[in-house]
Design a protein around this ligand. Structure first.
Ligand SMILES: Nc1ncnc2c1ncn2[C@@H]1O[C@H](COP(=O)(O)OP(=O)(O)O)[C@@H](O)[C@H]1O
Ligand SMILES: [Mg+2]
Length: 370
């Protein structure tokens, strides 16, 4: 990620025509009232540039989608949904969209800039470990952002460390609603399989219809696991191997507290009926330093259900963490946390269509079930 600042107006449009015979640089995007600066992020179909906005009198982040190069179904389906969803959301922990502009060539989503980058870079910059006391602060904000989405009947469907940003004061800003959609809260059975494979809930990986709110909770479990363990719980590039890894279960680093293990386990329940709800997660004892038992305010209210939850916790423990993303030749504590791509496994029957393997996004058919 680059850290430059917006260029001056003359340099910013990049369209100077030197008379010395040197090649003429390709003209950069140009919209009135904006001075374009460096690229601060690159996504599947978009480039994000830091710009100075004369109207807002500040730097902003502008997500630029080229109508020429982006796929048709992205432009006709996912981009309109992204715009519809972001209009419904206003929360202190969600990136604020300031305006949306369109030219013949491009769409421009003008956003508040999250100056401190994304959670993935933050984990890597902190030697792949965020102290639990800090993880609690960030994760509570992440939960509140996702809870707000669900209250507004929006499911995110691409929750991952790269889409969780920090502003200049290290306040969480959830971003990238490129796979989000609105839902009918009474009947939220979705069919599109999107997101990043390593963060995808097992019901999605298996190609079942799913409730996006419940599947978002699974991805949140993967995010928190990555924050406190410095690696992904399940990181495989094939659907078949990923499901095997999920069935084997997770292994925590030895220093992860019991309460933290419990809240992660509550999110990584393969049984969707028993997976924790966000409102219960926000009351979980991990957030309460005075709690006597980590199970006190977990999502499973009756003592009988709590026993079952504990049993499952033991059941899903496994001695072998997924090594898939670890580059060779570097001591483990120095290796970056690589958020892996999604590659559909042709040997596994299923609904996968890899929309863009290099970007880590995949999507399939998309309809609400009746
Ligand atoms: N508001 C923002 N402030 C700072 N960086 C941003 C902002 N929005 C996006 N980015 C950067 O650009 C990258 C790509 O943007 P994103 O919206 O996630 O696109 P995509 O849908 O293609 O993944 C992000 O991972 C992040 O690094
Ligand atoms: Mg993204």
């Amino acid at each position: 990620m680059s850290s430059g600042s917006p260029s001056s107006p003359s340099a910013g449009d990049g369209s100077t025509s030197p008379s010395n015979g040197n090649p003429v640089p390709r003209p950069r995007e140009k919209i009135p009232g904006y001075i374009f600066g460096d690229v601060i992020g690159t996504g599947a179909y978009a480039k994000v540039r830091r710009c100075y906005s004369e109207k807002f009198k500040s730097n902003v982040a502008v997500k630029i989608v080229s109508k020429k190069s982006a796929p048709k179904d992205y432009l006709s389906k996912f981009l309109p949904r992204e715009i519809q969803c972001i209009h419904k959301l206003r929360h202190k922990n969600i990136v604020r969209v300031l305006e949306i502009l369109e030219t013949e060539r491009s769409m421009y989503i003008v956003m508040q800039e999250a100056e401190k980058g994304d959670l993935l870079d933050f984990i890597n910059a902190n030697h792949r470990k965020i102290a639990e006391k800090d993880a609690k602060i960030y994760f509570q904000q992440i939960l509140e952002a996702v809870e707000h989405c669900h209250i507004k009947n929006v499911v995110h469907r691409d929750l991952k460390c790269e889409n969780i940003l920090f502003d200049k004061d290290m306040v969480i800003k959830l971003s990238d609603f490129g796979f989000a959609r609105t839902i009918n809260p009474e009947n939220c059975q979705l069919k599109t399989h999107c997101g990043s494979l390593a963060y995808a809930a097992p019901e999605i990986v298996k190609g079942k219809d799913y409730d996006g709110r419940i599947s978002d909770v699974w991805s949140l479990g993967v995010v928190l696991f990555a924050m406190v363990n410095g690696k992904l719980p399940f990181n495989d590039t094939s659907v078949k191997n990923l499901l095997t890894a999920i069935n084997k279960g997770i292994t925590f680093q030895s220093n992860v507290s019991e309460a933290c293990r419990d809240i992660i386990t509550a999110m990584l329940m393969t049984d969707t009926g028993r997976r924790a709800k966000i409102k219960d997660l926000l009351k979980h004892a991990w957030f309460d330093p005075d709690a006597s038992s980590p199970y006190r305010s977990c999502s499973t209210p009756s003592p009988r259900e709590m026993d079952v939850a504990r049993d499952e916790k033991h059941f899903i423990k496994t001695p072998n963490p997924s090594p898939a993303s670890t580059p060779r030749g570097t001591p483990e504590h120095q290796q970056p946390l690589v958020m892996n791509s999604d590659v559909s496994d042709s040997s596994t029957p299923g609904p996968y269509h890899t929309a863009n393997e290099s970007s880590g996004e995949f999507s399939g058919s998309d309809q609400m079930s009746t």
